[in-house]
Design a protein around this ligand. Sequence first.
Ligand code: PHE
Length: 342
Amino acid sequence: MTVSERIEQLKSEALSAVASGDSTAALEAIRVRFLGRSAELTEIKKSIGTLSPEERKEVGRSSNRASREIEAALDSRTEEVAAREREERLREEAVDVTLPGVPFPKGHLHPSQRIIDDVVDFFVGLGYRVAEGPEVETDYYNFTALGIPPGHPARTMQDTFFVDEGLVLRTQTSPMQIRTMLAQEPPVYVVCPGRTYRRDSDPTHTPMFHQIEGLAVDKGLTLGHLKGTLAAMARHVFGEDVQIRLRPSYFQFTEPSVELDVSCFICGGTDPGCKVCKGAGWLEMLGAGMVDPGVLEEVGYDPEEYTGYAFGMGPDRMAMVKYDIHDLRLFFEGDLRFLRQF
Ligand code: PHE
């Protein structure tokens, strides 16, 4: 066999190998085998110098042509195979976005939290600031500064949890009135939601409950401003046709003092045995009043220049009315069957 014949043979071997190469890796191996540094065709090219001049010309031409043809076949076949491999990879890696996801359990807002959010939103809309304070409170902020000094009979009414000498679990959010006024100059417009504690437990009382305190101190504030504000708040929370009434009351830190009642949503005042309003037809919603001048003096405000009103409400109680829940204790037992209803 002449060298030229061997070249033809190698070329057709290479071309048929290329035609059946079915992966880019296999084609790369074919390239090395037929065109690599130690391939037979390469060896032939290296030996050209040792051939006779006629052979040299002939072998040079045919070996170069063979290389070019093999090269071209490899390139086009590789392009084809690479495209197919890319397709396959895309198909394998495809994500079916229509498959159902893993269900994620949805949480619920606690009914009290819904009322708190609602009330706070309402007051923020009026320009009130939101403030929070400590649940372990000093005796001074919780009682003394609010006109309830040691030995005052009102202290026994609040069924206080005493933590330590001079420290209590706050029985009300009213100490935030004192903290707020000591921290700033008037005008004051603030709402303070938070947890409060009393030794009490029955269908409408739990040892831990929530309050939202409100305080406004400015020049020229009157009971009329208080009433209008609270009526608008009650309508915001309970709906436009809610009935309210103010009753005279008494608190040590407001003068005059009032209580705001909302018409009983449960029985509408028709059931003398109603568990929630106890037949009264009205629900006590909050205590309020004009800030006592003695309290203003205690925090260094001039009662001749400024007047103020304060109110404290129970969002838990309000949630009972709004969502028709008859037992307050359900709120804090953590029973998911109850909580999932909201
Ligand atoms: N802190 C009072 C209570 O818990 C409510 C109240 C707040 C009354 C603000 C007047 C003004 O009963």
